[in-house]
Design a protein around this ligand. Sequence first.
Ligand code: 3AM
Length: 384
Amino acid sequence: METSVSFGSAPPLAPSLVEEEAEEEQDHIKPPAAAPPRPQQAEPLDRRSAIQGAAGAAGPEAAGAPAAAGTGSSSPGQPAEMREEQRLMRLRSVVSPGEPRSKYTALEELGRGGFGAVYRALDASAGKQVAIKKMTLEEEDSEELAVNEILAMRDNRNPNIVVYLDSYLVDEQLWLVMEFMDGGTLFDVLRAVYLEEGQIGTVCRQCLLGLQFLHSRRVIHRDIKSGNVLMGMDGSVKLADFGLCAQLSPECSRCHSSVGTPSWMAPEVVRGEAYGPKVDIWSLGITGLEMVEGEAPYQREPKFRVFELIERNGPPKLQNPRHHSALLRDFLRCCLQADEDRRWSAQELLQHPFVTSGQPASSLTALVISAKQAQEDWRGEACV
Ligand code: 3AM
């Protein structure tokens, strides 16, 4: 695994509370009890802005066009049909030929999003389950976003990133086949049960390993949130949904486009400033708050108000800080530094005692099982 993060010289670290307060009692730990009602999963900003913003600001290597994707981008002066045909050609050049409908059987819908729907299916020849994300290609630029996601997953293999298996063009749809994560999203788990601090540390450690890997390869995920973190019954935690990610390059080391999901967006993104990989660390801090409080700050507010609040209030705070350990508070503070230079990197945060003292991954198994059970119970109640 690569360990060096090559985005300029090491920043000064945020002052740490750890030494002063590490001895404090951890009296807040809760059993995996049922959680109260949560808001619905938040959608990211219009995905098309990822392409448009980057094309205008940072050139073809920013959002929507990883370096490995080749040039492929079409000129705005061309007729619309020609541009569309070029985009389709580019998509055809990355997907596999062939007919996936005979290879993957017993499709069962898992959930839907702005992109289309995700299904569980059986790969009969391999005798294993897979997840298939079927993306509709009706929207302008949807092919570019699909190519972005395929290449980002295909070219960035890591134990903490959902494994890309294959992709196909089927009529007007793009099928992205990936490993099936039997625990569902972290968002779904948080809707059902509380996490103990040790379990939050474990989830953060696994997300940070994925982020450290991505950042060392100059990839920014740009939409880190509980809804894009997948869990396995074995306690594995993996980053998913790479549709908005950006590939930086030596010539283009910053992004400009306003991309992400409002409550999780870093202040520099909200302000429309140039930004780097540490936007993912801010979003991870917000995901940490989700794990503690059950939902992200300002998640129930309208989008425009969320931006105002992020700008005005600075880093969001825990509702009851004294209910949580000094280590957890310090970890969140290191992630949620408004000043990007003072915000810790993924590599630095992997050394933070909150992360190093987290429980083993296997401690998440009971949690995922409890969440699944709660979801089954809800479904049962809804059917009565
Ligand atoms: O709609 P919910 O949250 O129930 O868990 C993901 C989400 O479910 C599931 O698809 C839904 C829409 O994103 N999902 C996505 N990728 C998955 C994968 N690789 C997955 N489930 C299992 N494995």
